[in-house]
Design a protein around this ligand. Structure first.
Ligand SMILES: NC(=O)c1ccc[n+]([C@@H]2O[C@H](COP(=O)([O-])OP(=O)(O)OC[C@H]3O[C@@H](n4cnc5c(N)ncnc54)[C@H](O)[C@@H]3O)[C@@H](O)[C@H]2O)c1
Length: 385
């Protein structure tokens, strides 16, 4: 603890687009981290990140790692470069931690390789699914574990965007809520944008679906998946134009035998609601487990009411993610965003695409060296006559 108070980790950041510049500012404010250098293959972007923080500018990662000798490497590049950069950082002498943006990689094999490389080198790896450490999700999980809505039967998540870049948050959040279970199998389907679809319409505002390409990888216009957790609930995810119209970004619903919980997206306050024994229940009847509203004493079905979540920590999700990385390195404290944990959700995510490619249920674990969506495009699976 004495050591912790005086430690300021030598830190570098790779990838200075929107998220890299955001993280550079965060690191600049945290006294536990000293941002010494930033790197981007686009020098202008690196300069912009450096301008705000006074960090040294590089355009070559290898040179930066050799000259600056960092202890922490932050990776905010395009998704298809995360794995190689994480492995390079983990294998660089002196590096003590890697903080990498989501999704962890663009193939299952790469995701596993980066977790293994970090483990072999004894370097903690964090994947930035920051919703896990938000007050709303922490409270929702506590309520689920306390039995506030009975036994959990079904979990459903919806979001705009593609499964790999946005669905990764969705699946990761749902995994967190369920206590990071293993998944038994996955089933999924995806469809590609058509030339007739106006930009942004398919996957949501701001997402260019028609280009079919984003963050260094191909994307679909809409996709959905179902997976079964081991000994736990069934999960459904809907992304892009498969989400219910009007749902906010990152909408999560949890159905229990004693009621329901609903997280109504990122931006609303309050954004967590409960409909418990005053609201509805799953009853074992002629149909096994049917959801039925329970009338309240005056005969009216009960409604939703907001759940008080403890006020958000002042530092917010990403700063808190970094501070916990410092505690992991110094005190061995478990990190909820650890790479090994993220890999469970990532395997489900890749299983959705693999299921769509093969038209069958995918039993986990499975192997796949490529991004299945890319394989589907290459094989002409989406071509229309
Ligand atoms: N956690 C979140 O909520 C969240 C939100 C937005 C983006 N992200 C993630 O952050 C990452 C970056 O997103 P963005 O919006 O900043 O993208 P962006 O395209 O604005 O920036 C990416 C930057 O990386 C640089 N780059 C690419 N390959 C590189 C390499 N090999 N070496 C050095 N630099 C390289 C590019 O030149 C660019 O400046 C993505 O992985 C994205 O998924 C996460």
């Amino acid at each position: 603890v004495e050591q912790q108070a005086n430690t300021s980790f030598r830190t570098v950041l790779i990838g200075c687009g929107g998220m890299g510049r955001n993280q550079a500012k965060i690191l600049d404010r945290l006294e536990e981290f000293e941002l010494l250098a930033v790197c981007d293959i686009n020098e202008d972007n690196a300069r912009q990140a450096a301008e705000a923080t006074g960090a040294k500018v590089y355009t070559d990662t290898t040179a930066m790692l050799a000259e600056v000798k960092p202890e922490i490497v932050a990776i905010c590049t395009a998704n298809d470069t995360h794995a190689a950069l994480t492995i390079q950082a983990a294998q660089t002498p002196g590096v003590r931690g890697v903080y990498c943006e989501k999704p962890m990689a663009t193939t299952l094999t790469d995701g596993r390789a980066m977790v293994k490389a970090c483990k072999d080198a004894g370097v903690p790896l964090v994947i930035n699914h920051q919703r896990r450490i938000g007050a709303d999700l922490i409270e929702a999980r506590r309520l689920m574990e306390d039995g506030a809505i009975g036994e959990i039967k079904l979990v459903r998540g919806q979001c705009a965007g593609d499964i790999l870049s946005d669905g990764t948050h969705l699946i990761d959040s749902l995994m967190w809520l369920m206590g990071d279970p293993e998944a038994e199998w996955v089933f999924g389907q995806v469809h590609r944008p058509t030339p007739e679809q106006p930009d942004g319409e398919a996957t949501g505002k701001g997402y260019d679906a028609r280009s079919g390409f984003r963050f260094g990888h191909v994307i679909e216009a809409g996709g959905l998946g179902v997976f079964q957790t081991r000994g736990g609930p069934r999960v459904e995810v809907f992304c892009g134009d498969m989400r219910e119209s009007g749902t906010a970004y990152q909408d999560y619903q949890i159905f229990g035998t004693g009621g329901r919980l609903w997280r109504t997206g990122d931006r609303y306050d309050p954004n967590l609601f409960i409909q418990d024994a005053e609201g509805g229940t799953w009853v074992a009847g002629s149909d096994e487990y049917t959801y039925k509203p329970i009338p309240t004493t005056d005969g009216q079905p009960g409604g939703w009411r907001p759940v008080d979540t403890p006020s958000r920590q002042g530092r917010g999700g990403i700063p808190e993610g970094y501070l916990r990385l410092a505690r992991w390195i110094l005190d061995g404290e478990p990190h909820p965003m650890a790479g090994e944990i993220a890999l469970r959700g990532f395997e489900v995510l890749m299983g959705i695409y693999e299921s769509a490619r093969l038209n069958r249920k995918i039993e986990l674990p499975f192997q796949q060296d490529r991004f299945p969506l890319e394989l589907m495009i290459e094989s002409g699976q989406f071509e229309q006559d």
